[in-house]
Design a protein around this ligand. Structure first.
Ligand code: GLN
Length: 451
């Protein structure tokens, strides 16, 4: 049914870069057979899933939304993909994204933008717009995304779906093509809070292939989502993540969520995180710095595209021609920014200062979590904007991440869930919940009440 749905609507939406019909049907048939044989199956066996094309899959292409990886296939599966296969979840295909996950609209994909199922002239968020749009358009019940600065949560917000960025280290990054390694995290995309909890339990847990992987067990997330209870909990409204720059309709739905939590027995308090005003600036130094280093491996020799220029094909010239042709503008912009920030003489002033801001943000969170069990804010300042509206203005595009970035800077978990539709445009509004590191279960417990 999902493959039929993809056939029917994906021409207009462009959520998928690759659909793997044969493999998905094969796994579905295996599950049917196992079920009729009376075998014990994982609860999600047979539930199809879409995977962001930044996560490597053996036997299917992985492009990272870039021309530089066109036609490339990974020789191995990401740990999360191995886990999906072990649970016998049919992988429907790979979803569209901003090139190397750099963006907030999927307009930076080298394979054309994804469109928002709520309004095809609008963006589905980014970078994981393909995963969010696939779930929103009923092309997949579940999807995987990656979140470095909001790429699971912001697309969730603008497409009316649920998206979760787990605690840093809670889900293995082995096989997620690295953007900014100290910020990246794989997480679930779904229609309901409980569905995300179910998927989170499948993909979470320790992995010796990822040196930053936590050794804790994944935790009782499904139980928390089923419990859905906030009585006696303290919910902290982040003062700095509301007001100016936030759309009126977003703020109305946000206040209603606070009311709902109060009436369910939570104590709603205000917390202040004064250093959040520097978060965006610090992120756009740290993220490009790490990306410029991570992307150095696309040299025309090891992966995908190789362009051999006319004349003497020296290694430098092949590398230069390959990277010039293979990377899009946004990726080049960030490589240049990151290389500059890391260069001798500037390292302390830029990268060093940004790291200090990162510590200040972590301290803001630590102080806020002394006053509240869970923090809350709108996920994004506005509803989905029009395709093309911000494509020529990188700073306007970056501002979308103002509420999501702090969680990545601190490594804490965050969940975005639908908070209703904005009055002025009838488009989905996202509500973001944040919890201390390793307390992902709290997000599900509170999220289930708000849903
Ligand atoms: N929009 C942010 C950026 O462009 C976040 C990206 C992400 O989380 N992958 O960097």
């Amino acid at each position: 049914a999902y493959l039929d749905r993809i056939d029917a609507v994906d021409g207009a939406i462009n959520a998928f870069l690759h659909v793997n019909t044969d493999e998905a049907l094969l796994v579905a048939a295996e599950v049917d057979k196992a079920r009729s044989d009376g075998d014990t199956l994982h609860p999600l066996a047979g539930v199809p899933i879409a995977v962001k094309d930044l996560i490597v899959t053996k036997g299917q292409p992985t492009t990272a939304g870039s021309k530089i990886l066109e036609g490339w296939q990974s020789p191995y599966d990401a740990t999360v993909v191995k886990k999906l296969r072990a649970a016998k979840m049919p992988i429907l295909g790979k979803t569209n994204l901003d090139e190397f996950a750099m963006g907030s609209s999927t307009e930076h994909s080298a394979y054309g933008p994804t469109r928002n199922p709520w309004d095809l002239d609008r963006i589905p968020g980014g970078s994981g717009g393909g995963s969010a749009a696939a779930v929103a358009a009923f092309e997949a019940p579940l999807a995987l995304g990656t979140d470095t600065g909001g790429s699971i949560r912001q697309p969730g917000a603008v497409t009316g779906t649920v998206g979760v960025k787990p605690t840093y280290g809670g889900v293995s990054r082995y096989g997620a093509i690295a953007m900014a390694s100290s910020l990246d995290q794989i997480g679930p995309v779904s229609r309901t809070v409980l569905d995300s909890a179910l998927l989170h339990e499948v993909i979470g847990g320790h992995d010796p292939h990822d040196s930053t992987s936590l050794t804790d067990p994944v935790g009782a997330l499904v139980e928390a989502a089923r419990m859905g209870q906030v009585e006696g909990m303290r919910i902290g409204v982040i003062k700095e993540l509301q007001g100016e720059g936030y759309q009126a309709g977003v703020l109305t739905r946000f206040s209603e969520s606070l009311e709902l939590l109060r009436s369910a027995g939570a104590e709603v308090v205000e917390v202040s995180c004064p250093n959040f005003r520097y978060a965006l600036g610090a992120y756009y130094l740290i993220m490009p710095s790490e990306a410029s280093s991570n992307l150095a491996k696309y040299d025309g020799v090891r992966f995908g595209l190789r362009v051999v220029p006319e004349g003497t094909p020296t290694i430098e010239r092949v590398m230069g021609a390959t990277r010039a042709a293979g990377f899009g503008d946004e990726v080049k912009r960030r490589i240049i920014l990151g290389t500059y920030a890391l260069s001798a003489g500037y390292y302390d002033a830029y990268y060093g200062s940004a790291q200090k801001v990162r510590t200040l943000i972590q301290r803001d969170f630590a102080a806020a979590f002394e006053q509240a069990d869970v923090l809350i804010s709108p996920t994004a300042p506005t509803t989905a904007f029009k395709l093309g509206e911000k494509i020529d203005d990188p700073l306007a595009m970056y501002l979308n991440d103002v509420a999501t970035i702090p969680a990545n800077m601190a490594g804490i978990p965050g969940l975005s869930l639908p908070g209703g539709l904005a009055d002025e445009d009838g488009l989905p509004v996202g509500i973001q919940l944040l919890a201390p590191a390793r307390k992902d279960a709290r997000l599900y417990r509170v999220g289930a009440v708000l849903e």
